[in-house]
Design a protein around this ligand. Structure first.
Ligand code: PEP
Ligand code: MN
Length: 263
């Protein structure tokens, strides 16, 4: 179902005024984690100024260590929605537990399934029962075949609104957090009709190469870009090193939109 049949047109996911996939590029940005009302309000105001329609923010955080910040849970989703509503933005947040999907659906426009859960088939099946867009992240070490089969789990349950996002894969390279697999973009676009995005924050883990990586993703045919932004990155409760501050974020958006690659 996710495979592109001969000449099949791109799937376009329409949410209020925003289309994901098809003719127009899209930007998704926001903090790694929702931390406070002030934090998400400041980020939402910046997204609005920069013309970025979709705000991300994690509330259920799949952290490597159980002693690290785990997210604000449903209170985080509530704060994210409050800020997004104030500024007319769409929301996206990761859900890790199938039992949370229904309640979470009241707060978020797009359900994110994270890299660590791409192989969680019960979560994929539950997301397939939803009638709400899903952003599926590529697993930490998932082949493209495994990635598309994970998407198939969702679509085969009747939820056709699935977007794919390349977020870097594990390799031996240490100078980036993960290795951004740019070749995944044209391959996924060729093999599937689903929208394909690229997360330039989790793939690189480096603020200093986000602009060229975003341009490369768009040049390779990506339908959109995800990036993390935080009002005070050094004080962030997760992913402090890779989040752009507001000024860097606004420059990032200007550069990406001015590149001639942003549709
Ligand atoms: C995220 O986007 O918040 C996240 C945890 O990313 P990933 O699942 O790609 O590691
Ligand atoms: Mn993060």
């Amino acid at each position: 179902l996710v495979s592109r049949r001969k000449e099949q047109a791109d799937t376009v996911i329409r949410l209020r005024g925003t289309a994901i996939g098809g003719a127009d590029s899209v930007l998704v940005a926001g903090p790694c984690s929702v931390e406070s009302r002030e934090q998400v309000m400041e980020v939402a105001a910046s997204l609005k100024r920069a013309g970025v329609p979709v705000m991300r923010g994690g509330a259920f955080k799949p952290r490597t260590s159980p002693y690290d910040f785990q997210g604000l849970g449903f209170e985080g989703l509530r704060l994210l929605k409050e800020a997004a509503d104030e500024y007319g933005l769409l929301t996206i947040s990761e859900i890790v537990d199938p039992r949370h999907l229904e309640e979470a659906a009241a707060y978020i426009d797009i359900v994110q399934i994270g890299a660590r859960n791409m192989h969680n088939f019960e979560l994929l099946k539950a997301a397939g029962e939803l009638r709400k867009p899903v952003l599926l992240k590529r697993g930490l070490a998932a082949t493209l075949d495994e990635f598309l089969h994970a998407a198939e789990y969702i679509v085969s349950r009747g939820n056709t609104q699935v977007m794919l996002i390349e977020r870097g894969i594990r390799t031996y390279e240490k100078w980036t957090r993960n290795t951004l697999d740019i070749s995944a973009v044209p391959i996924l676009k060729k093999e599937s009709h689903l929208p394909v995005l690229v997360d330039v924050s989790h793939s690189t883990g480096r603020k200093d190469i986000m602009i060229p990586c975003a341009k490369a993703a768009l040049a390779a045919g990506a339908d959109g870009i995800m990036a993390e932004v935080h009002p005070n990155p050094p004080a962030a409760l997760s992913d402090a090193d890779q989040q752009l501050d507001i000024e860097e974020f606004e420059e990032f958006v200007r550069e990406v939109k001015a590149s001639g690659l942003y549709r």
